[in-house]
Design a protein around this ligand. Structure first.
Ligand code: UGA
Length: 447
């Protein structure tokens, strides 16, 4: 797409170049905007400026490189450059869970707004994309109008992002919906200009007030988490009744009112979003005096965490009652396939627990080994699936990378000590593994 210069938005900045910000910046450059990405981490900025991604995301590196080559995309560590550059500024910094609390740590969002806001001396729109507790945007809008040198000419909007890691590029190019929390027609017009291409392609654009936009994000994640925990609760019932949760999920998913998405039973949800978002939502509801309305999320969280314990139990059962001294092979430690993200990874949690229980655990993951080794140096790491399971008494599939789905039970069977497998993601064909002599276990499946 050619460079743009027709509307009110020509130059855009993206503050925070993690999974969200980097994809957004590269896509905006592809849309023809001049884009300046900013991050406090100079190593990240230097890598991105060379066209090297500091994390794994399929399809993103070519988009990044083409942005750099077009001359429309660059990166900096300087707030002053950002403030001078942009007609519109997207805030994409992280909002992790506060240690020792359910609440979100908003220090990056507040720090970013403060540093940027005080430097803004011309009209612009500051747009929050980070996931924040409802009510945050109104506080930030008030603060911005006070600290920005251009005063009320610097407005705040909230435009939550719904992309999934591993599918971030497709989700950014063709989002299901665009939600824009705005307080003026001018802000809405600017955001419509930014998203002109997906809107023209049919993506619904919903203009809302600020709190509704913030809620649109956390409510969506709460709903997805609830669906996942619902099917995992059914898996517990299936185990008690000798029913098959994968067939049950299929049967439920055909009902259009229910839908098959986010209904895959297994080890449950992890990552940098769903777990911390439902906790921050509960904490916010308590502050607002509506904690009862969200008390079900406590159960959603509890069901999810029980999955991890149950997988360890299944491995222990296959190891004849104790993991102490057992050799265990683990396939997958990323929180989901096609990602190197290990934040709150159920798989890594299970691997670390088995190690604590005395097992010798060797792990392989196609993308997340470097990150896993950094946080869990006590585990052993292998360079391939075959190496990870060599001599294993029990093998566990904990992240359903395609490579593991395609694994040959005969080939793996040739190197393990015992043909015992726990399929933590219901990703394998139980019959063919059993036919190859494996003892197969999965959550919510009969045996
Ligand atoms: C999630 C949401 O899906 C995005 O819409 C949202 O933008 C993002 O969080 C965010 O807040 O930034 P993501 O965490 O990348 O995206 O991944 P999901 O595909 O939702 O998976 C989350 C976890 O749930 C993974 O651990 C996955 O393995 C697990 N999961 C997912 C299941 O156990 N069963 C399912 O059926 C689906």
């Amino acid at each position: 797409m050619a460079a743009r210069g027709d509307g009110a938005v020509r130059r855009i900045t993206v503050l925070g170049t993690g999974y969200l910000g980097t994809v957004h910046a590269a896509w905006l450059a592809q849309m023809g905007f001049e884009v300046l990405g900013m991050d406090a981490d100079s190593a990240k900025v230097s890598a991105l400026s060379r066209g090297v991604l500091p994390f794994y995301e399929p399809g993103l590196e070519p988009l990044l490189r083409s942005g750099l080559e077009s001359g429309r995309l660059s990166f900096t560590t300087s707030y002053a450059e950002v403030a001078a550059f942009g007609d519109l500024h997207f805030i994409c910094v992280g909002t992790p869970q506060r240690p020792g609390s359910y609440r979100a740590d908003l220090s990056q969002v507040h720090g970013c707004l403060r540093a940027l806001g005080t430097l803004l001396d011309r009209p612009c729109l500051v747009v929050g994309k980070s996931t924040v507790p409802v009510g945050t945007a109104e506080v930030l809008a008030e603060r911005l109008s006070v600290i920005a040198r251009a005063g009320l000419a610097c407005e705040l909007a909230w435009n939550p992002e719904f992309l999934r890691e591993g599918r971030a590029v497709q989700d950014t190019m063709r989002p299901d919906r665009i939600v824009a929390g705005v307080t003026s027609a001018r802000a809405e017009a600017m955001l419509r200009e930014v998203y002109a291409e997906p809107i023209a392609a049919g993506t619904p654009f919903l203009a809302t007030d600020l709190p509704t936009a913030e809620l649109a994000k956390v409510a969506a994640n709460a709903f997805l988490a609830t669906k996942i925990s619902f099917i995992n609760a059914m898996a517990e019932v299936c185990e008690a009744t000798n029913a098959d949760v994968t067939k049950l999920s299929e049967a439920l998913g055909f009902d259009p009112r229910i839908g098959a998405a986010a209904l895959r039973p297994g080890l449950g949800f992890g990552g940098g979003c769903l777990p911390k978002d439902i906790r921050a939502f509960m904490a916010r509801a308590e502050e607002l005096g509506v904690d009862q309305a969200l008390s079900f999320l406590r159960e959603v969280d509890a069901i999810n965490m029980r999955r991890r314990a149950r997988i360890v139990d299944q491995a222990t059962e296959l190891a004849c009652g104790s993991l102490r001294g057992q050799t265990i092979g683990v396939l997958g430690v990323a929180f989901k396939p096609d990602s190197d993200d290990i934040r709150d990874s159920p798989a890594l949690d299970v691997a670390a627990t088995m190690h604590r229980l005395g097992a010798a655990v060797t792990v392989y993951d196609p993308a997340a080994l470097v990150n896993a080794r950094r946080t869990h140096p006590e585990l052993s790491y292998a360079g391939s699936a075959l190496d990870a399971v060599t001599s294993a008494n029990v093998t566990l599939l904990l992240t359903e990378w395609q490579e593991f789905r395609d694994a040959d039970p005969e080939e793996l069977g040739g190197v393990v000590a015992k043909r015992n497998i726990v399929d933590g993601r219901n990703a394998l064909d139980a019959d063919s593994w059993r036919a190859a002599g494996w003892t197969y276990r999965a959550l919510g499946r009969p045996y």
